[in-house]
Write a new protein. Structure first.
Length: 164
């Protein structure tokens, strides 16, 4: 099952990278609006909390041990949290920068390009949700595979019993 360990390691690294990117982009926005009402910024605070939780858990579960596969229920919950965050950010953007999935108006400028930042934040939120969901599926596969192997019993004849 070395392939599952390698895939799990790559998924956790991706989850960590995406969570750090989302935390940085969302944190930059929260820093820019730090005088405003926290009630108005609830969706961004939620996204920041989900990113922070994902960073901590992906670091803890980064190392490929068999115990890292049994956390698939937590992986699923975090994936759902990321999908909720994705929906909140998409509804907040609400076509103010064009269609969310239209990347034609994105350019790398030395100045501020807030549409590019928001679309990147939304994209990495979605990618993080997908990676956590794939970790869930990998965990379910691993647990199912190992419970099947544990229940299969072999019927060997003991060496001290003869057929006579």
């Amino acid at each position: 099952m070395i392939l599952a360990d390698i895939l799990s390691l790559l998924l956790r690294l991706g989850e960590l990278a995406f969570a750090v990117i989302v935390a940085a982009l969302t944190g930059k926005y929260l820093h820019a609006v730090k005088g405003s009402s926290s009630w108005d910024q609830g969706r961004f605070i939620y996204t920041e909390v989900v990113a922070g939780l994902s960073i901590v858990l992906s670091i803890i579960w980064l190392f490929p041990f068999s115990g890292s596969f049994i956390h698939y229920p937590a992986d699923f919950v975090i994936s759902v949290m990321w999908f909720v965050s994705f929906g909140l950010l998409v509804s907040w953007l609400d076509d103010s920068c064009g269609n969310v999935f239209n990347w034609d108006n994105i350019a790398l400028n030395s100045g501020t390009n807030t549409c590019a930042e928001w679309k990147a934040d939304i994209a990495f939120t979605f990618l993080s949700a997908i990676f956590w969901l794939v970790s869930t599926l990998l965990g379910i596969y691993w647990v199912h595979k190992h419970t099947q192997q544990a229940t299969v019993t072999t019927h060997r004849r003991r060496w001290y019993r003869s057929r006579v």
